[in-house]
Design a protein around this ligand. Structure first.
Ligand code: ATP
Ligand code: MG
Length: 350
């Protein structure tokens, strides 16, 4: 099939790599002609995502279209929804933190207490976030008292949400893939650690309480089915005691699922491609304990000495190196988690 990918970042690149296994043709749409996807796409359409003529030219070249990020033009997605299995609803809810959390709450999935930000209705400790456009912890401020709020500079054109700061035990994400026949497949659940608000590591081995796993999968199934979503989707949760608390979802493969390329029998990207090309998703199991580490612009050079067959480095081939920009990731797959951890400690110091 001819698969169109909106967005040429690392997710688009890894979707295309998975699609090549099935001999699909890839057409990318991105403003940057040297984007990561350009290295594997058969054709790139270079220009702005909301350019209607360009989008039509792109759409005519494709049998099916997928997006790798949330800020796609909603009018264009609505217009061409028949060709976009991920559909409109998932984008609609996930692009605004208020609609996203209200959506989860309406499905009876626990969320942290949240309100549209209003200076008359403050509570502490809390976290104030912009409702749209935030990623990698950008546009978020932790608040513990009224003075913290007084010092903040609010933009009157921007909408904010205030959320209870959850004192979680740990964070997980559930990465699920649903096909057009209604089958849902999960990759094993990673435990995620952040560094300055950006995902740092995802660690996967059989250590999460089975009650937590079944609740998290059940909530995620509710979400993916309600959205009638086809493709791979990820939901982030906080775990506190035996509570599983919804944080947010991403209607696309997710950074915390990258480990599945080497760590699982079927990756999040392969199941995404199977789903959107009208095939059945496959069951996926963990091959061995796995740790994924994100490599940011400032981490330059730290992987130079690695010559270990259990270490896999993915370079996204980005032209410009910047602080906090995701440049690649490392996956360590080893027979025991302690061995994987000691390899990780040689690769990067926390
Ligand atoms: P990303 O794009 O990396 O997923 P984001 O910018 O969309 O992140 P969130 O996922 O909401 O934003 O927040 C980033 C991190 O900040 C969370 O993974 C968590 O560690 C922390 N965080 C966010 N909201 C809360 C909260 N209500 N309580 C406690 N910690 C929080
Ligand atoms: Mg997040």
């Amino acid at each position: 099939m001819r698969i169109g990918i909106i967005g040429g970042g690392q997710l688009g690149l890894m979707m295309a790599e998975a699609a090549k296994k099935y001999n699909h043709i890839i057409v990318g749409l991105d403003p940057n002609e040297c984007c990561p996807l350009s290295h594997v796409a058969d054709e790139m359409i270079v220009g702005q995502y909301n350019n209607k003529e360009l989008f039509k030219e792109f759409e005519e070249k494709c049998d099916v279209i997928t997006y790798e990020f949330e800020n796609v033009d909603m009018d264009l997605v609505s217009q061409y929804e028949d060709k976009i299995p991920q559909k409109r609803a998932a984008l609609f809810y996930s692009r605004n933190r208020l609609t996203e959390k209200a959506f989860a709450r309406d499905l009876n999935i626990p969320t942290a207490k949240f309100l549209k930000y209003d200076k008359q209705l403050l509570f502490y400790p809390s976290i104030i976030k912009t409702t749209t456009g935030g990623y990698d912890g950008k546009g978020q401020w932790k608040i513990s008292k009224k003075e913290d709020v007084d010092q903040m500079l609010f933009d009157s054109n921007i909408e904010y949400i205030i959320e209870e700061l959850v004192e979680f035990d740990y964070e997980i994400s559930v990465v699920a893939s649903r096909d057009s026949f209604g089958n849902v497949s999960f990759i094993p659940i990673p435990v995620n650690k952040h560094r300055n608000g950006i995902l740092f590591t995802s660690t996967v081995f059989d250590d999460i309480d089975s009650l937590i796993v079944s609740k998290a999968k059940e909530y995620t199934t509710r979400i993916i089915e309600d959205l009638d979503y086809v493709g791979t989707l990820a939901v982030e949760y906080f775990v506190k005691g035996n509570q599983v608390i919804f944080n947010e979802f991403a209607p696309r493969p997710h950074n915390s699922g990258h480990y599945s390329i080497e760590g699982c029998s079927v990756s999040q990207f392969e199941n995404h491609i199977l789903a959107i090309t009208n095939q059945k998703v496959m069951k996926s199991h963990l091959i061995n304990p796995t740790i994924m580490i994100n490599v940011l612009g400032q981490d330059n050079g730290f992987i130079e000495d690695i010559s270990d067959s259990s270490v896999h480095y993915h370079d996204y081939n980005k032209t410009e190196r910047k602080n906090d920009r995701k440049m690649g990731h490392i996956t360590i797959v080893s027979s025991t988690i302690s061995e994987a951890q000691s390899i990780k400690n040689n690769v990067i110091k926390e």
